[in-house]
Design a protein around this ligand. Structure first.
Ligand SMILES: NC(=O)c1ccc[n+]([C@@H]2O[C@H](COP(=O)([O-])OP(=O)(O)OC[C@H]3O[C@@H](n4cnc5c(N)ncnc54)[C@H](OP(=O)(O)O)[C@@H]3O)[C@@H](O)[C@H]2O)c1
Length: 250
């Protein structure tokens, strides 16, 4: 079995790649920076590096062409950006949309089409607990990008289910804060205690291989997901603003 993992050089992606490797799978480690990918490749038997900037459409197409035989695909690469929408850098946001949305969309489309031809395959899109919120003031583009990923994944999963394609699953991972490089890249400090990325990956792989559609690690986020709709959109947006604001001012 072969598993392609994007953003495998650090954080959640690195731990997911380790989990798949521990299950005896070949892994394809995708990312921009060569050094962390090389370090991981040295650790994992039967691993291969695919260096690519997934913000470029061409790179996504090349990845698919090179590894269209993958049995498992994880769209994990992504990043956030903190700040007032009127002040954040437009080009960084457009790049975020290319990585968090366009690359996920493109690879989901190509791989799920391939899985349908083959009659089997598994795809995991890394969204976020942010996707359950009506919006994310001070991280507006990031929250919107993750809502896209979750909604796309759920819709495709339902289509496949209705076509009776039981051996093809698409899942979305929706974690709350996880201890990774994410906060440094986004320029925030989490106000909640982040989960351990290894534990998140172990939990995720177990649920993913069973075909669970939406995977939410940790009790806190499970409870938040359950109760937040009762708060109403306005209250959720106000508390999201307060939480995000605290992150910056720490
Ligand atoms: N940590 C959290 O609290 C949290 C919570 C919810 C969801 N998530 C999501 O989890 C996913 C993984 O993030 P993480 O927390 O593990 O953070 P991370 O440690 O910063 O990992 C992000 C990975 O994405 C790769 N990446 C970024 N831009 C890329 C590009 N243009 N092309 C190819 N690879 C790219 C990075 O590698 P290179 O820089 O080498 O390319 C890096 O390995 C993201 O989608 C994030 O939104 C994280």
């Amino acid at each position: 079995m072969k598993a392609v993992v994007t953003g495998a050089g650090s954080g959640i992606g690195r731990e997911l790649a380790r989990q798949f490797s521990a299950l005896g799978m070949k892994t394809v480690l995708v990312g921009r920076r060569l050094e962390p990918l090389q370090m991981l490749a040295a650790e994992l038997p039967e691993s291969e590096i695919f260096q690519a900037d997934l913000g470029e459409e061409d790179a996504c197409l090349r990845l698919f062409e090179a590894h269209r035989d993958a049995d498992i695909v994880v769209n994990n690469a992504g990043f956030g950006l903190f700040g007032e929408f009127t002040q954040t850098d437009l080009h960084r946001e457009l790049n975020m949309i290319q990585v968090n949305v366009q690359a996920v969309h493109l690879l989901t489309k190509l791989y799920v089409q391939e899985f349908v031809l083959r009659g089997r395959g598994k795809l995991l899109n890394v969204a976020s607990a942010a996707a359950f919120m009506p919006g994310g003031p001070l991280m507006a583009t990031y929250y919107a990008s993750k809502a896209y990923v979750l909604n796309l994944t759920r819709a495709v999963a339902e289509e496949l289910h209705n076509q009776g394609l039981r051996h093809i699953t698409v899942s979305a991972l929706c974690p709350g804060p996880v201890k990774t490089d994410f906060d440094r890249v986004a320029g925030v400090h989490f106000s909640l205690h982040g989960l351990d990325s290894r534990k998140v990956a172990a939990y995720t792989v177990k649920k993913f291989l069973r075909g669970k559609r939406v995977i939410v690690p940790g009790l806190t986020m499970k409870l938040a997901r359950f109760f937040s709709p009762f708060l109403g959109d306005r209250l959720q947006l106000r508390s999201a603003y307060a939480i995000q604001h605290r992150k910056k001012s720490r």
